[in-house]
Every structure is written in structure tokens, then in C-alpha cells.
Write a protein that binds this ligand. Structure first.
Ligand code: SF4
Length: 330
């Protein structure tokens, strides 16, 4: 076969999968029109469910934060209310001491900022400083309000306000629990591993991942954040094989390379066939084999010369391009 095709800069992970199955299958697929078959439809359904899961997770986390903020707010307002109802010089002094301690702590952090930045992330140090100075401000407000003469009207208004804040906190807690339930139900249904879904194969929600270094691109079905690790997941529909297929391992390895360049080196990736999930370690040998395939594909694009590279009849039987293949074995 001798067809001249323009050399493209980037090779997709999906094409790496097809090439690894059979080079000729990849070559023939380049002229195919993409039609929706059962596999594509199922895949889209899974992707939709995963998107719902991602949405439920964000809603759960956002509502959880809101519930915490409103609870803290309710507590503080209630304390201010109490400070308006009672005048207590002792409590005023205690809050004054606490305010000074937190103020000194935030000043100390500011002074030793560089040292702590070396130990923690910059944003973590900044967060602690904001909390420390915020606590100092709140305690100094209490120190003042506890020495003021009692003001019952203001005190009662504050208590009502605190109750209102508590109602908001309860509402957000309810939304968070509801979202958590939905998230867990979908997780059970899709049989997905633990972790936060941060990427779903969907152009509107997640950008294409590119590797400038190796000139490959792709969109993993899912990217799950587990602790500090980013785990790409490739979901395959159809028959469940007895073990992970080489072509799928190559595709997943391409995703691991993309995750490495765009996020962080992943320790492994997951290949999911229905309820069965295989863990594929990210190893240098695997990456080199995948990159060799990419080089072969580039050469094929240059020469326009592509042939079958196997003698497996079974492969041809299961190949979706066998009807148009000039080198098929069955
Ligand atoms: S029918 Fe066989 S030789 Fe042809 S593309 Fe498919 S797997 Fe390759």
C-alpha cells in the first residue's frame, strides 16, 4: 500500500492504541468516518455518569466548606451577642491575651516567612498567616465588647442572627450529604476507584492534554486525584478480556506520559473492562515501547508504507476493519 499523507506533528493516544493492535488497522481507520456504534454510545453514557460524579463531588466539597464557614460565623456572632449581654473584665483580659498571642504568632510567621516557605507550600504559609491574623482580630473585638456596658437589644439581635447563620449551615450540610450520597451511588454503579475525579473526557469541561516533548496528545476517560497522585483511567466497553490488552496498555501509557507532563508523574494508570480493573505501573520500559510505536507511526506517515505485523487470525476476526483490509487473515 503506498498512499502519501501529510506528516502531522501530534499523534493521538487513540491512534497509538489502533497502531499497537495492528498498524494496518490504524492506517485504514484514518479514512473512516466516525459513526456512533454500540461501543461509542456506551462509552458516552459512562462519560456522562462520570461528569455527574465530578459535579456531585464539587457540590459536596463546596457545600461542606459553606457549612463550615456558616457554622464558624454562627459561633462568632453568638459569642459577640453574649459579649453584648454580659460585661466581664476577666473575659476581656483573656481575649486580649489571646489576641496578643495570635498577633505575635502571625508577626513571627511574617518574619520567618522564607524559612517556612522552604518547609511548606507558599500558599499553606499564607493561609496560616491569614488564620492567625484573623483570630487576633476576632479576639481583640471580644476584648473590647466584653468591657462595654451590657446592650440587651444588640445582644438579642446577634443571637437571632447567629441562629439564622446556623440554619444556613444546616442547609449546606444537607446539600453536602445529599451530594455525597449521589456521588457514592454513581461510584458504586461505575465501580470506580476512590479519589476525586478531576478530568472527564469532555472538551467543554477538560482540555486536550498535549505533550510538547513527545508530540502526542489525548484525552483520558478519567483522571482521578488520589492523595497527591494523578491516576489516568481508560474505560473499555465490550467483552472483558482475560488480561489487559497490549494495545490498551500502550494507550494508557500515552496518557501516563501526558499526565506526567501536564500534572505530575503518575505511579500507575488503570484499565477498566466492565467490573474488572487492572493496575498498570508506569515504567520506563513501557514508555520506551510506546515511544518506539510513535516513531514507527511517524515513519509510516512519511513513507505511506503500512502492513500487517502479526500472524494472529483471532486479531483479524475481531478487527472492525477486516471488511476493507487487503491483508486480512480471516
Ligand atoms: S484485518 Fe487483520 S490485518 Fe487487517 S487491519 Fe485488521 S487486524 Fe490488521
Amino acid at each position: 500500500m503506498s498512499v502519501h499523507i501529510c506528516i502531522v506533528d501530534y499523534i493521538s493516544a487513540g491512534d497509538i492504541e489502533k497502531y499497537s493492535y495492528c498498524p494496518l488497522s490504524w492506517w485504514l481507520s484514518r479514512k473512516e468516518k466516525h459513526t456512533e456504534n454500540e461501543g461509542v454510545r456506551k462509552h458516552r453514557e459512562i462519560s456522562e455518569e462520570a461528569k455527574k460524579m465530578k459535579k456531585s463531588y464539587s457540590k459536596m466539597k463546596d457545600s461542606e466548606s459553606m457549612a463550615i464557614y456558616y457554622s464558624i460565623g454562627a459561633t462568632l456572632i453568638a459569642l459577640v451577642g453574649i459579649s453584648f449581654l454580659y460585661s466581664s473584665p476577666i473575659l476581656s483580659r483573656i481575649f486580649m491575651i489571646l489576641a496578643i498571642v495570635w498577633l505575635l504568632f502571625s508577626l513571627y510567621l511574617l518574619w520567618k516567612f522564607e524559612k517556612y516557605v522552604l518547609l511548606w507550600e507558599r500558599k499553606d504559609v499564607e493561609r496560616v498567616m491569614v488564620i492567625a491574623s484573623g483570630a487576633a482580630t476576632i479576639f481583640s473585638i471580644f476584648a473590647v465588647t466584653f468591657v462595654l456596658p451590657p446592650n440587651f437589644a444588640l445582644g438579642y439581635v446577634m443571637e437571632v442572627l447567629s441562629l439564622l447563620w446556623l440554619i444556613f449551615a444546616t442547609y449546606f450540610l444537607y446539600i453536602s450529604l445529599k451530594s455525597e450520597f449521589q456521588y457514592n451511588e454513581l461510584k458504586k454503579k461505575l465501580k470506580l476507584p476512590d479519589g476525586e475525579i478531576i478530568y472527564v473526557d469532555d472538551l467543554q469541561q477538560s482540555p486536550i492534554l498535549k505533550s510538547e516533548k513527545y508530540k502526542i496528545w489525548g484525552r483520558p476517560d478519567l483522571l482521578i486525584k488520589k492523595g497527591d497522585d494523578y491516576i489516568p483511567v481508560e474505560i473499555k466497553t465490550g467483552r472483558v478480556p482475560r488480561g489487559p490488552l497490549f494495545s490498551h496498555i500502550m494507550q494508557l501509557t500515552a496518557y501516563m506520559v501526558l499526565v506526567e507532563e501536564n500534572y505530575k508523574t503518575p505511579p500507575y494508570g488503570l484499565l477498566k473492562y466492565g467490573p474488572v480493573v487492572y493496575k498498570i505501573e508506569y515504567e520506563e520500559d513501557l514508555r520506551n515501547i510506546m515511544l518506539e510505536k510513535v516513531e514507527e507511526m511517524r515513519r509510516a506517515l512519511e513513507t505511506g508504507e503500512v502492513h500487517r505485523n502479526h500472524h494472529k487470525v483471532g486479531k483479524c476476526i475481531h478487527c472492525s476493519r477486516r471488511n476493507i483490509c487487503p491483508e486480512r487473515l480471516a
